[in-house]
Design a binder for this molecule. Structure first.
Ligand SMILES: Cc1cc2nc3c(=O)[nH]c(=O)nc-3n(C[C@H](O)[C@H](O)[C@H](O)COP(=O)(O)OP(=O)(O)OC[C@H]3O[C@@H](n4cnc5c(N)ncnc54)[C@H](O)[C@@H]3O)c2cc1C
Length: 441
């Protein structure tokens, strides 16, 4: 091992590698972190180096805790470093949250959820500015009506945003005017929101890890957590040593199998795929002149945006079987070309997929496996903003202010019977049902 490669330090080459994606090919900075070798004692051990884990680690070191962050592969290797990069004010399961959240700060669940909706953008913007994170952050998003029948719901959202004082950031774009913003025949109008962001997620998560490390967080890549042994000071057992802590945060997303049997049958991995075209040059300005991120109003939607080097990054559909699909480009090319006929035959340079954690009722899952072992997962495909909100809520709870955490922890997340074996099949059936409903909406 070279002398610079002590556990927790930045090293030129980390052992594990990223999947072959546009994001991995455009890292803002190189380096990685060595694996754990030996035992450690910290205030908080965080398992999982995605947004939930990394943002939690950063929140905690900022509050003065000693933190060890343990990642089986590399920082951002999971969904956080593979996603569409769209940071939108949409919490998954929002209707359920308004209905079922109890004892929220301020006492009004609707107002609380509305504020929460926008907290993630603020956290990310402040963090990017504070730590100088190069992640191609831009403003501007369109939620585009797939059918005429979808317009009313978008306009209701617009009215709600105006009523709550966001009038200068949102507006309705009529179908004809939309052709000026997107060179596509597909939509029936769109809700434009300039508070929403889009960015390079892998660089964002790695930038936050660097910020946490610079404040003393010990980060271990290529270190798999095998077990959490509960007790007054829980022990996080890894393949490289044991970390003993006062508190543990489990943030393994859709990629972990820890916390059994409590978490069994409650969260299901769905494989989501993305492609990135070759750089489009001037065509990029033709199809999306204001560089907006876009998704449509379907339950299982398409989403896309331009990258900093003017590729179209396009994602859509989902494989709810819990397994990855074989040829993402073959599946997405017809959807991409139907969206932008000008891109017919375009070269696709990258295709990849990642696992998002789907919760049947769509509400984020926060809770405790023991008094001092917290978990957070299950953002159902809307996780960039949500994970940053959740990380703050987790850190506040560990710091002694648990009201918001407890409100989330009180939500009921039913266990799917035989979920471990058949949960994904049931999920796929449920999604088919929703798609059917959509044909008559
Ligand atoms: C293709 C795709 C597109 C998406 N697009 C968007 C989008 O545009 N906007 C949006 O808001 N959301 C999007 N999402 C969802 C979003 O990416 C996720 O909700 C979010 O990144 C989840 O973050 P996380 O930290 O909880 O999990 P992850 O990022 O998956 O991180 C979990 C980490 O835990 C590690 N881990 C697991 N088990 C262990 C173990 N035993 N020991 C150590 N480490 C372990 C994994 O290696 C992984 O790195 C998308 C998801 C996918 C897959």
């Amino acid at each position: 091992m070279p002398s610079t490669c002590w556990p927790g330090s930045i090293v030129p080459e980390a052992r594990a590698t990223y999947p072959d994606s546009y994001y991995a090919a455009s890292l803002a900075e190189g380096g990685g972190y060595g694996p754990l070798a030996g035992n450690r004692r910290v205030d908080v051990a965080v398992i999982g180096g995605g947004f939930t884990g990394v943002a939690s680690a950063l929140e905690l070191v900022e509050r003065g805790y000693t933190v060890a962050l343990i990642e089986a592969q590399r920082i951002g290797w999971g969904a956080s470093g593979r996603n569409g990069g769209q940071v939108t004010g949409s919490l998954s399961g929002e209707a359920g949250l308004k209905k079922h959240l109890r004892d929220v700060p301020g006492g009004d669940p609707a107002a609380f959820v509305w504020d929460l909706r926008w907290r993630g953008q603020r956290i990310i913007e402040q963090r990017v500015a504070r730590y100088g994170i190069a992640c191609d952050l831009k403003h501007g998003h369109l939620q585009a009506a797939w059918k005429p029948g979808h317009v009313a719901a978008l306009k209701a959202d617009l009215d709600a945003a105006r009523e709550r004082g966001m009038g200068d950031q949102v507006r309705w774009v009529e179908r004809d005017a939309l052709r000026e913003l997107l060179d596509t025949p597909l939509y029936h109008g769109a809700l434009r929101n300039d508070a929403n962001l889009h960015l390079h997620p892998l660089n964002l998560v790695r930038g936050q890890a660097r910020a946490a490390a610079s404040q003393g967080a010990a980060i271990f890549e290529a270190t798999r957590v095998l077990d959490i042994e509960h007790g007054a000071t829980p022990r996080v057992v890894t393949d490289g040593g044991v970390i003993t802590a006062d508190n543990v945060v489990l943030a393994g997303g859709a990629y972990h199998r820890l916390g059994r049997p409590e978490l069994t049958g409650k969260l299901f991995p769905a494989a989501l795929g993305i492609v990135a075209t070759a750089p489009l040059g001037e065509l990029a300005g033709q199809i999306n002149p204001e560089d907006l991120a876009v998704y449509d109003t379907r339950f299982v939607l398409d989403y896309y945006r331009l990258t900093a080097d003017r590729r179209l990054l396009f994602g859509g559909g989902a494989n709810y079987s819990g397994r990855e699909s074989s040829d993402i480009a073959a599946y997405l090319r017809p959807r991409l070309e139907a969206t932008f006929p000008a891109l017919a035959g375009v070269d696709i340079d990258y295709q990849w997929q990642g696992m998002a954690g789907i919760v049947p009722n769509r509400m984020p899952m926060l809770g405790r496996l023991a008094d001092n072992v917290y978990y957070a997962q299950g953002y159902s495909g809307h996780g960039i903003a949500t994970s940053h909100i959740v990380a703050r809520v987790l850190a506040e709870a560990i710091h002694g202010q648990a009201t918001t955490f407890d409100a989330f922890a009180g939500l009921e997340h039913g266990r799917v019977p035989f979920g471990e074996r058949f949960g994904n099949t049931l999920l796929a059936l449920g999604m088919t049902w929703y798609r059917l409903l959509e044909t008559i909406r």
